[in-house]
Ligand binder design. Structure first.
Ligand SMILES: [Zn+2]
Ligand SMILES: [Zn+2]
Length: 139
């Protein structure tokens, strides 16, 4: 049984628990991630949806999106907690909402071609133009 990590929104009304067993972690610089977080990039970790669950009532959360692909926010303060992606089978947990530190730190930058021009990437991690592994390397 993996260690469990707790995560919460800004106001505390919506919280979750996730296994410390992320399969991948990265910074996403796409415009959608920048807008939904208000940050230069979104650090996130990918994990099968079954390893994540809300610990507060489902009505407290707000889903944005259609069908299997959606962002889950707190319905009160609006924090983005995680996204349901990849045909509804995976969750991308917004690392900024984790209370406990995950074992896996972000390993690369994706959609670096879309990054905000005022936010240069200054670490040594790989930079992909788009999706990891299948787009051009920019570093
Ligand atoms: Zn909240
Ligand atoms: Zn993104």
């Amino acid at each position: 049984m993996a260690r469990m990590l707790n995560g919460s929104c800004l106001c505390g009304r919506t919280a979750y628990e996730v296994e410390d067993a992320f399969d991948y972690a990265m910074y996403c610089h796409c415009s959608q991630c920048r807008r939904t977080t208000g940050a230069a990039a979104k650090p996130m970790g990918g994990i099968p949806v079954g390893k994540l669950h809300l610990t507060t009532d489902a009505e407290a959360a707000l889903s944005f999106g259609k069908g299997e692909i959606r962002d889950v926010h707190c319905g009160t303060c609006g924090s983005l907690l995680f996204s349901i992606v990849r045909e509804g089978k995976w969750a991308h947990v917004a690392y900024g909402t984790l209370i406990d530190p995950p074992s896996l730190a972000p390993q690369e930058h994706i959609f670096a071609a879309d990054r905000a021009p005022w936010a240069p990437i200054t670490d040594g991690l790989p930079q992909w133009a788009g999706h990891s592994g299948i787009s051009a390397r920019l570093d």
